[in-house]
Design a protein around this ligand. Structure first.
Ligand code: CDP
Length: 587
């Protein structure tokens, strides 16, 4: 618990109706009988003060802990910035596991595999999600030296990981998510591609195929490529790259799974190649990590950085305010590393060596609404690039400032920055764009860099109460255009979109677009725009209408490669009964 006393003058936070429910269910402290004994104000102070306390370690700081605690409190309760869920849940509680993202190695031995299952269970219990590469496991039916028997292959073990996850809820609240990755040149790749064929199978896993540039070139040239046994490194077969890619696309068309990650692209951005290759990402794909590495994330609400134009000037982004928020948020996230107690010593060592943090954004669609810019426009893409470049430059500047106060990350000299004049930085990476599934509910904003799903919808709340909810910026614009009525909102809630409502002004219909109104290519362009200036990766789903064709998905997967994305996930409306959600919902 923090030694900092809550000041009497601390203002009460404003909590929206949905946040009230989410905070109470999952974030506010409860006693052993499940009775909530912490108020939202106490929650935010617990987090702010315990993270600010870390400042004491560093004599050089420009802040006193109490001043910083107040700044952090204001930052969070104005919903300008929120740290990832485990930090909100666990900071200052003595539980102390504050990171959302982990990657564990899966070694090719029974001990290695079950170590990974155990470690994953420990991580899930503490609120984190885990990513694994199964690429090191020998193929099914290859020989097991010790017994003379045959191996059962990555897929059978994957089921054990899935089953173990089923039994463990994160901190007693939600179930942890997993990512499973297999390299495209693994001999069991075809089984893996089809692993989620049946709905509900491996429901605690997102699956992605690790594609290499060599493979993509073979797809282009319609050539065969080699399958390599991971245990012997021998070529054990060949497949036609284009056929494999076709099947991959078919499966993604059927169910959204598997996604793809571009391993070479990810490793080109690996800031510490001397420590080995990156084989996997966290569950939602936005955070590539080394084995035994963890990362804490935090997101800035861009919707709160809008500056209304005065004296005839156009409305703009409040860049100065954004800069202030970025610097404070980077300090926050760097402190989180020190405040965190990781479930394994090996993780502590890796995290403290590289000190990765992932600052990202949410509320992007809200900002575009306020600026009157359609999501599906070149203006939005250009602005996305500009915002993210600013984010990355300022986050790095803040990390540099911290390095001056606290020293660079210990592996700095051997990192890619060691040889350039870019550093020294306090953190090997500073930027990541998370899905913000729950954070966006708490902040009452649109999630990540996604467009809205619906402008207005009916939310089923407990005991079948129905609540009509709509985006506040949309509602405001309707009122300003004198078009608002409850009847209209109910109409919109039936379909989510106003695209076909000819009686509404075109100026509204072009700006207030939803995920389904947008051509898939704009989803991808937006992802690429943000990826350009993101150290880690971008969580984004390319949403497609039900009638989208396999060719369209082929095109998206291919363009994701051409545009330099680190991976891509598609979802065709109605193609899956239940989804592996990375929202705050229980799975
Ligand atoms: O909004 P919140 O901080 O709760 O999380 P998010 O941004 O939606 O997801 C960030 C990361 O948290 C994911 O990529 C996972 O690593 C982890 N996560 C998880 O393990 N289990 C969940 N049910 C949701 C998220």
């Amino acid at each position: 618990m923090s030694k900092l006393k809550m000041p009497n003058s601390l203002p009460e936070p404003n909590i929206n109706e949905n946040a009230k429910i989410v905070l109470q269910r999952r974030y506010q402290r409860k006693d052993t009988t499940g009775v909530v004994y912490e108020t939202p104000k106490e929650l935010f102070w617990r987090v702010a003060s315990s993270i600010a306390e870390e400042e004491r370690k560093y004599g050089e700081s420009v802040y006193t802990p109490s001043k910083l605690a107040r700044e952090f409190y204001d930052l969070m309760t104005s919903y300008r910035f929120l740290p990832n869920s485990p930090t909100l849940m666990n900071a200052g509680t003595g539980l102390g596991q504050l990171a959302a993202c982990f990657v564990l190695p899966v070694e090719d031995s029974i001990e290695g595999i079950f170590d990974a299952v155990k470690h994953a269970a420990m991580i899930h219990k503490s609120g984190g999600g885990t990513g694994f590469s199964f690429s090191r496991l020998r193929a099914k039916e290859s020989v097991v030296g010790s017994t003379g028997g045959v191996a059962s292959g990555p897929l059978s073990f994957l089921k054990i990981f899935n089953c173990a996850t089923e039994q463990i809820k994160q901190g007693g609240t939600r179930r942890g998510a997993n990512m499973g990755i297999l390299r495209v040149d693994h001999p069991d790749i075809m089984d893996f591609i089809k692993a989620k064929e049946r709905d509900g199978e491996l429901n605690n896993f997102n699956l992605s195929i690790g594609l290499t540039e060599q493979f993509m070139q073979a797809v282009e040239k319609k050539e065969d490529y080699d399958l390599i046994a991971p245990n012997t490194h021998e070529v054990v077969g060949q497949l036609n790259a284009r056929e494999v890619f076709n099947i991959l696309v078919n499966k993604a068309w059927e169910s959204g799974d598997p996604g793809i990650v571009f391993l070479d692209r990810i490793n080109r951005d690996n800031p510490t190649p001397a420590q080995g290759e990156i084989e996997s990402t966290n569950p939602c794909g936005e955070q590539p990590l080394l084995p035994y590495e963890a990362c804490n994330l935090g997101s800035i609400n861009l919707g709160a950085c809008f500056a209304k134009g005065k004296n005839g000037h156009d409305s703009e982004i409040d860049w100065e305010e954004l800069r202030r928020i970025i610097h404070l948020s980077v300090r926050f996230l760097d402190n989180v590393i020190d405040a965190s107690i990781y479930p394994l010593d090996k993780i502590t060592e890796t995290v403290e060596r590289n000190r990765k943090i992932g600052l990202g954004v949410m509320g992007w669609a809200d900002l575009l609404f306020q600026l009157n810019i359609p999501y599906n426009s070149q203006t939005a893409i250009d602005l996305g690039e500009r915002v993210m470049k600013f984010m990355r430059d300022e986050a790095r500047a803040a990390s540099k400032q911290l390095a001056a106060e606290r020293g660079p990350f210990p592996a700095y000299a051997e990192s890619i920055f060691g040889e350039t004049n870019l550093g020294p930085y306090r953190n090997a990476t500073t930027t990541t764009i998370a899905p913000t599934g729950t954070l966006s509910i708490i902040a009452g904003c649109s999630s990540g860099v996604e467009p809205l799903f619906a402008l207005s919808f009916v939310r089923n709340v407990m005991d079948d109460d129905k609540l009509l909810e709509s985006n506040p910026f949309f509602e405001k614009a309707l009122r300003e255009a004198d078009a608002y009525s409850t009847k209209l909102m109910e109409e919109i809630a039936k379909v989510g979109t106003i695209r076909k409502m000819d009686h509404l002004p075109e100026s509204l219909r072009s700006v207030f677009v939803t995920a389904m109104d947008i051509q898939p290519i704009w989803h991808l362009k937006m992802q690429a725009a943000f990826q350009k200036y993101t150290d880690n990766a971008v969580s984004k789903t390319v949403n497609l209408p039900n009638e989208a064709t396999r060719e369209e998905i082929w095109d998206i997967y291919w363009k994701a490669y051409e545009y330099g994305c680190k991976g891509v996930t598609v979802y065709r409306d109605g193609s899956k009964m239940s989804q592996v959600l990375c929202t705050g919902d229980d799975k």
